[in-house]
Every structure is written in C-alpha cells, then in structure tokens.
Design a binder for this molecule. Structure first.
Ligand SMILES: [Zn+2]
Length: 122
C-alpha cells in the first residue's frame, strides 16, 4: 500500500526544475514566451548600437598617409595599431523573436539570413 502524497499528488513548486530565462522571454512582437509559441524555435538576435569615432579614423588615415599612403602603408598603419578603435559600441542587447513572427516579418528573416551567410560579424 502506498501512502498518499501530502499535496494531493502534485510536487511542491520548489521541487520543479528551473526553466532557462530564454524559454520564458517574451517575443517583442506577439508577447508570447518561447514556450507558448507553436514551434519552439526562435531567433536570438544580438544587437550592438555603434558609432564611428571620427578622430580615431582621422588618426588612422593620417598615420597611413605619413607612411606613404599606399595600400602597403595602410597595412603598416593597421599593424602599428590605432590607439583607439574606430568603431565604438555604445550599447548592446539581445532579443528573442519567435519563428512565427520572424517569418511574418520579412525584414527579420532577410537580416538574419544576411548575417548567417557570413556577411555579419557572427
Ligand atoms: Zn512572436
């Protein structure tokens, strides 16, 4: 004979495994979590908001010009290294978009396809 569970058969909530935060993240378009979508496949889109440091670019070009201005001189300037990176990340974040919304928004599919073909930074 088995003893009945004290909670009527259900385990206490504390005993449930924790779900990964991404599974509970809401799609920004349909507001459903990735667990609630018809297909549990989603795009994880990493966004970096960047700017060009014009002073760093001028410094880099100036160094290349001082070395002769040729492609080889610019390569030497690259090897010498600029003091500041010309592209500055101002903020970044990640957003998960469910497969259904990504398919309905052709710009997202196009953008992710463009990045996955090796045109993005990875
Ligand atoms: Zn969605």
């Amino acid at each position: 004979m088995t003893e009945p569970l004290p909670s009527g058969g259900a385990e206490p909530l504390g005993a449930l495994p924790r779900l990964p935060a991404e599974a509970l993240a809401a799609c920004p378009f349909c507001q459903r979590t990735m667990l609630q979508t018809p297909t549990p496949i989603f795009y994880r889109i990493k966004v970096q908001y960047c700017g060009i440091d014009q002073a760093a670019v001028r410094e880099h070009i100036g160094l290349g010009m001082m070395l002769g201005g040729t492609n080889a001189a610019m390569a030497i300037a690259d090897a010498m290294g600029a003091h500041k990176p010309p592209v500055v990340e101002m903020s970044k974040g990640t957003v998960n978009v469910c497969l259904q919304c990504a398919q309905e928004r052709i710009e997202i599919i196009s953008l992710t396809g463009y990045a996955l073909e090796g045109n993005g930074d990875g």
